[in-house]
Design a protein around this ligand. Structure first.
Ligand code: SAM
Length: 279
């Protein structure tokens, strides 16, 4: 690639945008609204340079052959929004302690963090269980937290469990930082006793869930907002099939259960909303 090509400002025509929207929706379920060409340009410019692709047309043509699976995954990865923080939607974590852990007692619990981003959600669940055990010795059984995301790069950050001072401060106070982390050259590292219940795995929510097994609790928060209604319905419907009867589904605080999905009962407790699969 010539120096001038590397510097050339990337553009995205209306036609290329439509083709790209279809690619992204087929690959990940993510729906881009109209007029978001600027977002595509800002998220993909670096990748195009890295793959020495001159423009959007060259990228789309490469993607259409379907043989470069790494490029495909990297494009989806670049288009995901990974915003997250510790104990996001605090009432959900209070409900674990006040309701769900006491109900479970010594039964083994399987939890799915279905779009875990850089790991703050599953680690916060594990921290909550850790504290509960300290306060209630012998009163909570084993917990396995399966944590998945479509983005390989964000999962590798999650797996490391190392956070800068800034990200380790979003949602945590000094005392929590001391309790759950050790210091690390790059900031803070989640302690082994918090990490050990968690398994990270790349997984696309538009794919079949059977390989994941059954769960008692599913956290599917702040991801359905990126999907069109039909995809959203389909995902929740399929989650109801792998949740045990009486199990709980957590959605983000700005997300709601579609009215026609009546397999769940909505519970409002301690200013948090959770959905319980009818028994
Ligand atoms: C905004 S973050 C939400 C993180 C966390 N659940 C929370 O509430 O803080 C959304 C995550 O969904 C992931 N995602 C987007 N589409 C996905 C898909 N089809 N399958 C699995 N994960 C997906 C993104 O990679 C991103 O990490």
């Amino acid at each position: 690639m010539s120096h001038s090509a590397a510097k050339k400002q990337l553009t995205c025509s209306v036609e290329d945008y439509q083709v790209f929207k279809k690619f992204l929706s087929d690959a990940s379920g993510i729906e881009l609204g109209d007029g978001k060409e600027y977002l595509v340009i800002s998220r993909l410019s670096r990748l195009l340079r890295q793959y020495e692709l001159a423009d959007m047309k060259a990228l789309l043509s490469e993607l259409s052959f379907g043989r470069n699976l790494r490029l495909r995954a990297n494009v989806v990865d670049a288009m995901t929004t990974n915003e997250t923080f510790w104990f996001r939607d605090a009432p959900h974590f209070r409900l674990l302690t006040s309701k769900i852990f006491p109900e479970a007692g010594n039964q083994r619990l399987r939890v799915w963090s279905a779009a875990c981003s850089s790991g703050q959600e599953p680690y916060s669940i594990s921290m909550q269980a850790y504290d509960y055990r300290l306060r209630n010795p012998g009163k909570l059984g084993d917990i396995e937290i399966v944590s998945t995301d479509i983005s390989a790069s964000i999962l590798s950050e999650a797996r490391k469990g190392v956070y800068s001072g800034l990200s380790a401060s979003r949602g945590l106070n000094d005392e929590q930082r001391r309790r759950y982390f050790s210091t690390h050259a790059e900031g803070y590292e989640v302690k082994q006793e918090i990490k050990e219940r968690i398994r990270f795995q790349e997984f696309n929510l538009t794919r079949d869930f059977t390989s994941l097994g059954r769960f008692d609790i599913i956290f599917c928060r702040n991801v359905l907002i990126y999907f069109p209604t039909a995809v959203k319905h389909d995902i929740i419907q399929r989650m109801s099939k792998i949740l045990r009867p009486g199990g709980y589904l957590f959605l983000g605080s700005t997300e709601s259960m579609p009215a026609k999905l009546n397999a769940f009962e909505m519970l409002t407790e301690q200013s948090g909303i959770i959905y319980q699969l009818k028994k």
